[in-house]
Design a binder for this molecule. Structure first.
Ligand SMILES: Cc1ncc(COP(=O)(O)O)c(C=O)c1O
Length: 385
């Protein structure tokens, strides 16, 4: 239809952020200039790692794009089982069930566990994928205050001793980098209470071996189900449920989603295998941790309020529109892309979210610190006055 591309944007297209052009692994072109890029969730920049891209290309040539059938029918392939084995070994669990996206991994769990719990408790700022997934549990759902184990205890006390609850939470909250108090939840839940932790952001980066918030918090795997995304630290796409052999078998047997969904394209499975082995063998986790500590301690020393967690995320919510514009100008002046976003879970009016990567240069980190310290000084002075 002639002219169709030139129609005025609809409300839904206006809601999307303007497209960005990637220049290299840490820079984007925006309005004709190059800026250091601290947004997104590609914490090791594996989405552009030559070895991962090579595995993707080789996978495409060897296996084609799509199995075009569910794994329950004719779409199974040995590469899927290999990736599941490697994921289970990486995360130190009995089994992993591959799902075609991180978002859907939570639904694969709750469909399987429908009717198994008397109540579900969910963090009021949990990711949309957990909110959607909770509906499948087929039991009353209670929202508790963000990261508040005392509120969890208050709700549980009301439910009484016969309650058999499951608690749903993000492991690492991506809007500010805070970590869920899993150890406190574990102590607060009854002995037969379960935890479903969406570790999309912590998988691969937190904990000594990159096993996520369970490793970081030092909690046991008993009655814990961890879901992960392959689209963030691993730079690829897809998701997985990390659990016991028994529950994995049940998911494969009973989840409508697992059985009725085409698995992720085989070239992506090949790329994910490569990404996983890079995270295991290259010193990426240490490098990211070092850079995160460098930036966070420089910000803290300058009086910037930094979330107390090892996550490579720094957030800043400007109090007014004028503050936002001033901060944007500072960032641009220092050559940093002003990543101001609105995302469920974060402040409603939007916020600056900066994600550090293992691949940013010292000069890029220093530029971010300098711009943020100048801005924070402004905000703090204003609110103090
Ligand atoms: C906490 C959390 N869970 C799940 C997802 C969904 O992962 P994916 O985009 O790989 O489907 C995201 C993605 O933004 C997320 O932040």
């Amino acid at each position: 239809m002639p002219g169709a591309l030139h129609r005025r944007p609809t409300r839904s297209t206006r809601l999307l952020a303007p497209p960005l052009q990637q220049v290299d692994r840490t820079r984007v072109r925006w309005h004709g200039r190059k800026f250091a890029y601290f947004a997104g969730c590609d914490y090791f920049r594996l989405a552009s790692h030559p070895a991962v891209l090579r595995a993707l290309r080789e996978g495409l040539e060897k296996f084609g794009l799509n199995v075009a059938a569910s794994r329950a029918t004719t779409g199974n392939h040995r590469l899927f089982a290999l990736l599941e084995q490697r994921l289970a070994a990486f995360f130190g669990v009995e089994d992993a069930v591959l799902v075609s996206s991180g978002y859907l991994s939570n639904q694969a769990v709750t469909q399987t566990l429908a009717g198994r719990f008397s109540h579900a408790l969910i963090d009021e700022r949990a990711h949309n994928s957990l909110v959607d997934a909770a509906q499948f549990l087929d039991c009353p759902i209670y929202r508790f205050k963000h990261r508040d184990a005392v509120d969890v205890a208050r709700i549980l006390a009301r439910l009484g001793q016969w309650a058999r609850p499951i608690l749903l939470t993000d492991g690492l909250f991506s809007h500010d980098g805070s970590v869920a108090p899993l150890k406190l939840y574990r102590h607060t839940l009854p002995t037969d209470g379960w935890l479903l932790v969406d570790d999309a952001h912590a998988a691969g980066i937190l904990g000594r071996m990159g096993r996520g918030t369970a490793e970081l918090e030092g909690i046991s795997r008993a009655r814990l189900i961890q879901t992960v995304a392959l689209s963030k630290a691993f730079g690829v796409y897809g998701g997985a449920v990390l659990t016991t052999r028994a529950l994995a078998r049940e998911i494969r047997a009973r989840s409508r989603l697992f059985n009725g969904n085409t698995p992720l394209p085989l070239p992506l499975a090949a790329a994910a295998l490569r990404a996983l082995s890079l995270v295991r063998t290259d010193p990426l986790i240490e490098r990211l941790a070092r850079k995160t500590a460098y930036v966070k301690s420089a910000l803290r020393a300058g009086g910037f309020p930094v979330t107390d967690s090892p996550a490579p995320i720094v957030a800043l919510a400007p109090p007014t529109r004028r503050d936002r514009q001033r901060c944007e100008r500072r960032l641009l002046h220092y050559g940093v892309f002003p990543s101001f976003i609105r995302y469920p879970g974060g402040p409603a009016k939007g916020y600056f979210r900066f994600a550090l990567s293992s691949e940013h240069s010292r000069a890029q980190l220093d530029a971010l610190v300098a711009a943020l310290l100048e801005s924070a000084k402004d905000f703090l002075t204003e609110s103090a006055g």
